[in-house]
Design a protein around this ligand. Structure first.
Ligand code: NDP
Ligand code: GDP
Length: 356
């Protein structure tokens, strides 16, 4: 068991919650940065909370925001972490087209603010830094697997902001000798994935349709291809990246690609429905083969101004240097997400029925 202290920025997110679980298991003291919100935003980590006055409590949260440099500086000074994981971001590609300035402020300048705070506080080599970089940096224009040396072509305000953060991480490593590393992570999902990402949107809809709480699922581009892994595997990779003697940048991916269409088919299959498709483009419809119900329609609102068509990662370097490889298959990921949402919806339906 270790006695290290970690600070997780973005602790309330999908990855933040799994990483907190992992680090607590390893004996870390974990501090998390959470945003002030008018409604509760800690559901993903509530099961880990213990009153900080409890002897032996090892998990604590601090209010803060990536847009607030002084706050970041103060929290880092108070916590004096051995490791900082910057997972905080406006993380939705489509939303970044609507909020490009805010996305840049949080994802790009937010990263700079943390790195500068570490420099001002002279944490230097005593504190290791992990940057949540993304496969969106590649832009997915070709159809070959992407590696650490594949050229970048960001195709959204989100990706452009993350490109700045990627390079600033490397810049602080080269200029000031920081132990600062990028994890270039391909899409990773789980039952805790945000509800507007396509995977979770699909698994929630499958569950809601099963319980009679929704008739139809509206989607955008069904042909895009993604390399989808499980978030639990990926937080293990993040931790391994920071345990290396030398900082470096690593792709974490499964090396397997699926279309959105395949994800939909696989998700409905979990509840015993086979989807048949008719029509083309925006007129395409997905039917339940047995009942003939019209379950999936296309809504052009979900098409993006610039699409990333093909993301497939080559995790060879992570395997060779970190001994990391994913353990959860695509079909197990999809069934875990669907079954979890079936249970969530069952409880929701029960509450609705109870209250009329
Ligand atoms: P989530 O969107 O689930 O979590 C993002 C976290 O950042 C949340 O805790 C959120 O807080 C917090 N946050 C957002 N804005 C701010 C802000 N201004 N100040 C402080 N905190 C903020 O993302 P994931 O957990 O899925 O991803 C983690 C990181 O990895 C992100 O940086 C994402 O861009 C990146 N990434 C994710 C991939 C994926 O497939 N999941 C792939 C590649 C990279 P709140 O809960 O209050 O919203
Ligand atoms: P991203 O890869 O980070 O953009 O993750 P998303 O889960 O948001 O999107 C993955 C892919 O699904 C993208 O190519 C989207 O264009 C596509 N997609 C198709 N329909 C939808 C939809 O209704 N919502 C979302 N979020 N994405 C969709």
């Amino acid at each position: 068991m270790t006695n290290k202290t970690a600070l997780i920025i973005g602790v309330t997110g999908q990855d933040g919650s799994y990483l907190t679980e992992l680090l607590l298991e390893k004996g870390y003291h974990v501090h998390g940065l959470k945003r002030r919100s008018s409604s509760f935003n800690t559901a993903r980590v509530d099961h880990l909370y213990v009153d900080p006055r409890t002897p032996g409590a090892r998990f604590q949260m601090h209010f803060g925001d990536l847009t607030d440099a002084m706050n970041l500086c103060r929290v880092i000074q108070e916590v004096r972490p051995d490791e900082i994981y910057n997972l905080g971001a406006q993380s939705h590609v489509q939303v970044s087209f609507e909020t490009p300035e805010y996305t840049a402020n949080t994802d790009a300048l937010g990263t700079l603010r943390i790195l500068e705070a570490m420099r001002i506080l002279k944490l230097g080599a005593d504190c290791r830094y992990y940057q949540a970089s993304t496969s969106e940096l590649f832009g997915g224009l070709g159809e070959t697997a992407q590696r650490e040396d594949t050229p970048f072509h960001p195709r959204s305000p989100y990706a452009a902001a993350k490109l700045y953060a990627y390079w600033m991480t490397i810049n602080y490593r080269e200029a000031y000798g920081f132990h600062a590393s990028n994890g270039i992570l391909f899409n990773h999902e789980s039952p805790r994935r945000g509800e507007t990402f396509v995977t979770r949107k699909i698994t929630r809809a499958v569950a809601a349709i099963e319980w009679g709480m929704q008739d139809k699922l509206y989607l955008g581009n069904l042909e895009t291809k993604r390399d989808w892994g499980h978030a639990k595997d990926y937080v293990e990779g993040m931790w391994r990246i920071l345990q290396q003697d030398a900082p470096d940048d690593y792709v974490l991916a499964t090396g397997e690609v699926h279309t959105v269409r395949e994800f939909v088919e696989c998700a409905f299959d979990v509840v015993g429905r086979t989807i048949v498709w008719e029509g083309h483009g925006v007129d395409e419809v997905g039917y339940d083969r047995k009942s003939g119900e019209r379950l999936i329609e296309i809504d052009p609102r979900y098409f993006r101004p610039a699409e990333v068509d093909f993301l497939l990662g080559d995790p060879g370097k992570a395997w060779a240097r970190l001994g990391w490889s994913p353990t959860i298959s695509f079909s197990n990921l999809v069934s875990e997400m669907v079954m979890s949402d079936v249970n969530v919806m069952m409880r929701e339906k029960g509450r609705n029925d109870l209250h009329g």
